[in-house]
Design a protein around this ligand. Structure first.
Ligand SMILES: C[S@@+](CC[C@H](N)C(=O)[O-])C[C@H]1O[C@@H](n2cnc3c(N)ncnc32)[C@H](O)[C@@H]1O
Length: 247
């Protein structure tokens, strides 16, 4: 049984998330995406609502919440990559909104990695529906995998992270990306969106997103740009590049 402190913390988290979702709803209304593309990406999902969420994964405090549309378009437009030559990876793709937005750019391939099979199914259905409406999303693949075990594509050149998980998980994902760069030397850019919220109530925004902490601590990664979000300060993006990337 949770004690009174735990209950109070849980209630504060729920209240904070309700307010967060209301704000996100307002932002989303300004740039309608689902109604335009006939998809379902807006509604947030707590992982305990998913039939396949594991206990450890819920404990890491992850949830599905989409990045606002203009934030993604703006951040991706500032990433210095040769689209036709690289695969784009959304690490923790949820319902696949970012995949569809990446599809507006000429990436060679677009891959979403998602630990929940239930969310993967929604993402695949969204890709299918958007393809019917606008034609041609055959460059997009949704992979059901834990990002810490995911096979990094040898041509992956841009990785997108929107607050998908804890520092520990992020460090393991970064290890895999670094292994891949050593095996297949290439330029790689990491885009971390969403500032950390140390107190869980959003009143004291941290400088960088939680998942970016391992990149921040490692010499191999340089912070090359901070892209301010057109939607809200919380959604600012931090771009890192591998230090010894070939031009
Ligand atoms: C905040 S949502 C971001 C969704 C999407 N990238 C976007 O920006 O619209 C984070 C997603 O990461 C997924 N996730 C959490 N831990 C994961 C893991 N270890 N491997 C793969 N996906 C994970 C969650 O299920 C959730 O869908």
């Amino acid at each position: 049984m949770p004690d009174d402190d735990q209950k109070a913390r849980l209630l504060r988290t729920i209240e904070y998330r309700q307010k967060f979702d209301e704000r996100l709803g307002q932002i989303d209304q300004q740039t309608p995406f689902d109604s335009v593309h006939g998809v379902d990406t807006t509604e947030s999902v707590e992982l305990w609502e998913l039939p396949d969420a594991e206990q450890t994964w819920v404990g890491r405090n992850a949830r599905y919440s989409p990045t606002p549309v203009l934030t993604v378009r703006n951040a991706l437009s500032k990433c210095d990559v040769k689209h036709e030559e690289v695969t784009f990876v959304d690490v923790g793709c949820g319902k696949g909104r970012v995949l569809l937005l990446a599809g507006e750019l000429p990436f060679r391939r677009i891959v979403g990695v998602e630990a929940s099979e239930a969310l993967c199914a929604i993402a695949r259905s969204n890709v299918e529906k958007a393809s019917e409406a606008s034609g041609g999303h055959d460059r997009i693949d949704v992979v059901h995998a834990d990002a810490t075990k995911f096979d990094v594509p040898a041509d992956a050149g841009l990785f997108y992270f929107y607050e998908p998980f804890s520092v520990e998980v992020s460090a393991t994902v970064l290890d895999r990306i670094e292994d891949s760069i050593r095996q297949h030397p290439r330029r790689v850019v990491l885009c971390f969106t969403g500032r950390g919220q140390p107190d869980g109530e959003g009143t004291d925004l941290e400088k960088t997103p939680v998942a970016a902490a391992p990149a921040e601590m490692r010499d191999q990664w340089n912070l090359v740009k901070v892209v301010l979000s057109p939607d809200a300060e919380f959604y600012d993006s931090f771009l890192y590049e591998y230090a010894s990337s070939p031009a």
